[in-house]
Design a protein around this ligand. Structure first.
Ligand SMILES: [Zn+2]
Length: 609
């Protein structure tokens, strides 16, 4: 579609961020003035409570303006990625930003010298510092891991070389990647890519599923020694740097930012693993629904049921809103605002970035980008992104510009809660058993991929880091053996783990950003806890959810959740979600049991985002 022809209510009006180029220039100018002013504080940042307060205020003002500029330019650019005008503006902003960052890098270095005693004294002297208390305490906590200036400079200069293993893997996995074409059951050839692999593994055509699996993993098998070396080098480097920075392990270092301990990480793994029987039961149910004699590892993502309806935009809005009725009036008013006040850019237009996201800052709306086609996926995506944006809205409304921004650990909870509410609503209102089976399959498969698969990855990361950091020399053989054992444990005795699956551990980019994936699993578990309470109309459930989304990043993630009534250190964090998942699974088994797979078979659809 052409942007000009799209109704105003279905697209962003970014001129509401800056109505003229003059205003943009004025903000650039103000940032430059602030930088100059801040430069005069060099060597004096923590000299006394007044200098500290003044520096932090100026810094916060500048951050706020920079975020606004970045949002304005970034969003305009995503609307037309082929535009040389916005590409140039975007480069200009990046240069401007890195210039400021390097001129003001002394601020972080000086802040890191702050001690708890000095901070306490300053806080008593100057009440204006109170709003920075959490951030400053965080800096003090992290400061014991900052090295001497010479060492920091050395590390930063060596950094591209130290982490080259991850860029080498990236080249093997992207720039140089070439998978063999795959044949479907009719002998038709298909091109295999990262995107089509996802689609093929969900296909009803078993030949296509199997061939895609073989072609994909053969690629990594042939490069196993090289990739194994990359992975080992990456883990080893992280281990060395962590020890250099006074951490006991790379695990401790990765979790420290969120104030999470290695013990908590292990608790998450064992909590999830204690429910692995649910995954085995799910696999048996899929085997039956797919009418297979043997369930192979390339069968586990095949989709069951069908959902062939498409939705007009107004219909999508109506469904999402109805699914949110359980949230009460105040929340619905915000959803209404999102739908009527230009938060969402719906249509695919020439040059517009693909996919979907939610983005904004303290001085803009929490915008949503979609590429609407009317599919079931779009409905789920709308609910998901709206969850993010409403989270941002409440955080902006209730926090200040310094701490409204919530950490990644918490970022996917609101979006997933809305997805759970939507699926629950659709289950209660869908028209046929085929649709019901499709939705149940969708819920179960999401849980499988987001919880069990990510926990398996998280466990793999922990095992190999422990071994490498204690001096063991791992090669591709050890990596793949460890992975195959995990596969057998997670998917259970009734799934045949074809030998090639062991090379899957060599194609996971996340392993180069250590100990990140467990957050996907915790995010989903927490979303289920909130959604479960809300769906069951538990007293105070909506209020504590609103409290959670109103907290921004005012403190560490586990403390924010505790204030909202979720104590992750107590009990098994997956219990609530598993009990819901078991209900859905029983319903799925009931509905797929009596189906005649003989002549007609179940209907199938592809699903890809
Ligand atoms: Zn998201």
């Amino acid at each position: 579609m052409e942007r000009e022809k799209i109704d105003k209510k279905y697209k962003w009006d970014l001129s509401e961020i800056y109505s003229s180029d003059e205003k943009v220039k004025k903000d650039y100018k103000r940032c430059e003035e602030i930088t100059k002013k801040l430069e005069t504080f060099k060597g004096k940042v923590i000299k006394n409570s007044n200098t500290l307060s003044e520096v932090l205020d100026l810094n916060a003002e500048q951050d706020r303006i920079l975020s606004k500029l970045s949002t304005y330019i970034g969003l305009n650019y995503t609307l037309d990625t082929s535009s040389s005008f916005w590409s140039k503006k975007s480069d200009e902003f990046t240069d401007f930003y890195s210039n400021i960052s390097s001129r003001l890098s002394f601020i972080d270095t000086e802040l890191a010298k702050l001690t708890t005693n000095t901070l306490e004294k300053y806080l008593k002297e100057n009440k204006d510092l109170e709003k920075y208390k959490f951030n400053l305490e965080h800096i003090i906590k992290e400061s014991k891991h900052i090295l001497s200036l010479e060492k920091e400079i050395l590390l930063s200069e060596l950094s591209p070389a130290l982490f080259s293993s991850s860029s080498i893997f990236d080249k093997i996995d992207n720039a140089d990647v070439y998978y063999d074409d795959v044949l479907d059951k009719d002998g038709k050839k298909h091109k295999l890519t990262g995107g089509s692999y996802r689609e093929f593994t969900r296909s009803s055509d078993r030949t296509l599923r199997k061939n895609a699996f073989i072609s994909m993993l053969k690629y990594y098998e042939k490069r196993a020694n090289t990739i194994g070396e990359c992975l080992k080098s990456s883990v080893k480097t992280n281990g060395i740097i962590s020890k250099l920075r006074n951490y006991k392990s790379s695990l401790e270092r990765s979790l420290s930012y969120d104030d999470i301990t290695p013990e908590f990480y292990e608790k998450v793994l064992s909590d999830a693993k204690s429910h692995v029987k649910t995954l085995h039961k799910m696999m048996d149910a899929y085997k039956n629904a797919l009418n297979l004699d043997e369930m192979h590892i390339y069968d586990i993502n095949a989709r069951v049921g069908s959902f062939n309806r498409t939705f007009e935009i107004e219909e999508m809005k109506k469904i999402v809103k109805e699914s949110l009725n359980v949230m009460g009036e105040d929340y619905l008013k915000v959803a209404d605002e999102a739908f009527t006040n230009g938060w969402i850019d719906y249509y695919e237009t020439k040059g517009k970035r693909s996919g979907a996201f939610s983005a904004g800052c303290y001085d803009t709306k929490p915008y949503i980008l979609l590429n609407y086609t009317g599919s079931f996926d779009d409905l789920e995506t709308l609910a998901h992104e709206l969850g993010h944006s409403i989270h941002t809205y409440y955080s902006i409304k209730n926090r200040n510009a310094i701490d409204y921004y919530y950490p990644i650990f918490l970022a996917e909870i609101a979006s997933t809660t809305q997805e759970v509410l939507l699926n629950d609503y659709l289950l209660k209102t869908c028209k046929t058993d085929e649709e019901k089976i499709y939705i149940l399959n969708n819920i179960l498969s999401n849980y499988k991929s987001t919880v069990f698969r990510q926990i398996e990855f998280a466990e793999f990361e922990k095992i190999i880091a422990d071994k490498i950091e204690s001096g063991e020399n791992l090669t591709a053989k050890e990596f793949t053996d460890i992975y195959l054992d995990l596969q057998k444990f997670y998917y259970g005795p009734n799934v045949i783990n074809d030998e090639l699956i062991k090379y899957e551990c060599l194609r996971i980019p996340h392993f180069y950003s250590q100990f990140y994936v467990y957050k996907y699993a915790t995010g989903l578990a927490i979303a289920y806890i909130f959604a479960n309470r809300i769906i069951n109309n538990e007293k105070g459930a909506v209020d504590s959810y609103i409290k959670f989304i109103s907290s921004g990043g005012k403190t560490y993630p586990l403390d924010i959740l505790k204030e909202a009534g979720i104590d992750l250190n107590k009990e098994n964090i997956f219990d609530d979600s598993i009990s819901l998942i078991n209900n859905y699974l029983d319903e799925f088994i009931k509905l797929t049991k009596g189906v005649n797979h003989g002549k007609k078979g179940l209907l199938w659809t592809f699903r890809c985002r």
